[in-house]
Design a protein around this ligand. Structure first.
Ligand SMILES: [Zn+2]
Length: 283
């Protein structure tokens, strides 16, 4: 699997000179499988530059297809859809797997974003490409090419967000953004999903100090992420979904503090990488 980050910021885009190094776009991760399939995780504003880059592929000629995994439908995970160039090209086809009690309910939520009060696009049916929406059954895997995908809901404030595990051969990539654990930490189901991940991408929105002041928003601190990585025996922790008010220098401090937390909690062998726009990982 090749993993590339197009948006790593949480809650709202934060462009500007103070966020140039890590980037200001909201959540969007591209995974290219060994079998050549394209999987896009979340549709934050990072989806726009990803879409523009994909115009050079068969998606630019109306002959492409991709799978989109949607953790939940908060703005910073869906706002890129209306600016994703390949979705306007007839002939392309997209299958979106996301969170919802049913496929039609999830489609209704995404239709709401296209309402003329919010968007000139009016309806998903104006997208041009085929756009199929499917609800994920928690814990029930489905396949995309050579990858087995499993979704599992985590608590996220007053709602939930899906974490995804992508298994290909003996390698695994887990995407666990937007998660606010209860005081006793990740559920057994969440830890099972994260177990021995080659790469665990985890929400590190806050410092523990900021988290206590904003806890009801349902995000993790770097301490939560380090604890989850150690408890699950992950091999590599990727930090993600930084608070919109954090500058690049603040994220550097977050990284150093997360390293110290991993070491203190017994995770000295766990590699640590702060996600940044343009960064690629090969696993
Ligand atoms: Zn978010």
């Amino acid at each position: 699997m090749r993993i590339r980050f197009w948006g790593v910021r949480g809650s709202v885009p934060a462009p500007g000179p103070e966020t140039n190094r890590y980037g200001g776009n909201t959540s969007c991760v591209q995974v290219t499988t060994e079998s050549g399939h394209l999987i896009i995780i979340d549709m934050g504003t990072g989806l726009m530059p990803l879409g523009n880059a994909l115009l050079a592929t068969e998606l630019g000629r109306g002959q492409g297809q991709a799978t989109i995994l949607l953790s939940h439908a908060h703005w910073d995970h869906i706002q890129g859809l209306g600016f994703f160039a390949p979705v306007f090209i007839p002939g392309n086809s997209f299958t979106l797997w996301g969170h919802g009690k049913s496929s039609s309910m999830l489609e209704g939520i995404l239709e709401g974003q296209m309402n003329p009060n919010f968007s000139p696009l009016y309806t998903l049916k104006n997208l041009g490409a085929t756009f199929e929406v499917k609800a994920v059954s928690p814990g029930e895997p489905f396949t995309v090419g050579s990858v087995k995908v499993t979704g599992q809901p985590n608590p996220h404030g007053s709602t939930t967000a899906l974490a995804f595990r992508l298994d290909e051969g003996d390698r695994s990539f887990v995407y666990a953004s937007d998660v606010g654990y209860p005081d006793d930490g990740p559920s057994p189901e969440a830890l099972a999903l994260y177990r021995s991940a080659t790469v665990l991408l985890h929400d590190t929105t806050y410092t523990p100090e900021h988290q206590t002041r904003r806890r009801n928003r349902g995000f993790s601190s770097y301490e939560d992420a380090a604890g989850a990585a150690v408890a699950a025996g992950a091999r590599h922790l990727v930090m993600f979904h930084y608070d919109q008010d954090y500058s690049d220098d603040d994220v550097d401090c977050l990284r150093d503090a997360c390293r110290a937390a991993l070491d203190r909690l017994g995770g000295t062998t766990i590699e640590l990488t702060p996600a940044a726009e343009g960064l690629e990982l090969e696993i």
